[in-house]
Design a protein around this ligand. Sequence first.
Ligand code: ADP
Ligand code: ADP
Ligand code: MG
Length: 472
Amino acid sequence: MIKKILVANRGEIAVRIVRACSEMGIKSVAIYTDADRHALHVKKADEAYHIGSEPVTGYLNAHNIVNIAVTSGCDALHPGYGFLAENPELAEICARRDIKYIGPSAEVIRQMGDKVRARNAMIAANIPCVPGSDGNLADIEEARLLANKIGYPIMLKATNGGGGRGIRRCDSDKDLIGNYERVISEANKAFGQPEVFLEKCVVNPRHIEVQVLGDSHGNVIHLFERDCSIQRRNQKLIEIAPSPQITQAQREYIGELAVKASRAVGYENAGTVEFLLDQDNHFYFMEMNTRIQVEHTVTETITGIDIVQEQIRIADGLELQYKQEDVKFRGYAMEFRINAEDPKNGFLPSFGKITRYYAPGGPGVRIDAAMYSGYEIPPYFDSMCAKLTVWALTWEGVIERGRRALSDMVIYGVKTTMPYYQEILKHPDFRNADFNTGFVESHPELINYVTKVPPEIRAAAISAAIAAHEGI
Ligand code: ADP
Ligand code: ADP
Ligand code: MG
């Protein structure tokens, strides 16, 4: 039985994993670089080891991290998301050092991390995919030929991409020529791998993904879907479970499709199969994420299943505790990725000291964060500083709960995306559950969310403030 886990991550997801360990009576070991000396995951874990002065690279040194797991007496390692979570070498090193890797096999991580190989595996398994490359693009000429055959618009994508980076829509031959080198260089910079491929662009799709769990005994189930259509630049902002935009019949179809896709690659542990839903209600496989996802909280909230604890049980060789028919969901959950960014200034990162932090509570409210009053958000990492997940029985209810919890939450010291989310919650299309991945870009007015104050009223307010200040 697993008794001690090394958490190979930082931030809120490291804290989340430590919490799961604590509830299961498992010891947890944190790692940290200089920038994270005062981080919450270090304070919460049972033990913590320094892994270097440079802020980021310590978290990317698989050999060093597995060494710490071995010397500190861990029997398992959880990769979280980001960093090494989709690096098959970490899983391989763990296997060699007799540390249980809490995730799928290195071969499955490698196969699904390569979006071209993943597409081909899905096509072979009769899972619908949008038309696209059957290999990496050799050069711009091959790209142009294929794009002309498929028809514009097309998406040019980094084969090994993630986190919404290395993806460009091209509407014409000219666009493709302009973007080709750019996507290659983005892929190289972000992932150290220059391979790109293309596929048909689904216009104004909804992003619907399915959470799956597979054990080492061949059982695979799904925990229903999440709607992650509210995105900016292909990055998710708000995630919802279940999707308010699909029917029960579509829900059953997509759940079964995700299980079939997972079985086809012999998937083990928690994973997510991402689909695009087009305007004619066709689903297409997009990619599979072979790790815990940021938005797993909404699925936990509607099903009551602790996905991180299930991951640990599966890695321990246990059989799934649930059969498909045991998995039920209730109500709606919505997660807000609260980023330290200024939505009014092009979502520019806004790092610094949290001068005051107050976490909302009350019914149906969950916070996953790694900050506290006085904590200084380091500038080296992702800008997501907290996740707020709310639950209610109805769609209308979850919107109101989100609005209430966002207004209760206080984060001073940095700008955040919270006020922007309040605007989305007010929008009639959102409230009518009618949105797609183009929602944010097609509503630029939501960025200027402050009510327009007429100049004469503004002038009067300024004079009144000066008068008050001077004690007139
Ligand atoms: P990542 O690995 O970065 O998550 P994905 O392949 O999952 O990349 O795509 C991220 C987002 O980009 C999707 O959620 C969707 O909004 C958009 N996208 C990707 N491929 C397509 C496509 N073929 N047509 C339309 N939108 C797409
Ligand atoms: P999710 O799929 O859980 O919604 P995101 O795509 O938002 O996750 O990514 C979560 C974090 O993981 C981000 O910090 C992102 O940059 C990072 N990430 C995602 N995919 C990769 C990848 N293939 N390589 C490196 N980092 C990644
Ligand atoms: Mg994705």
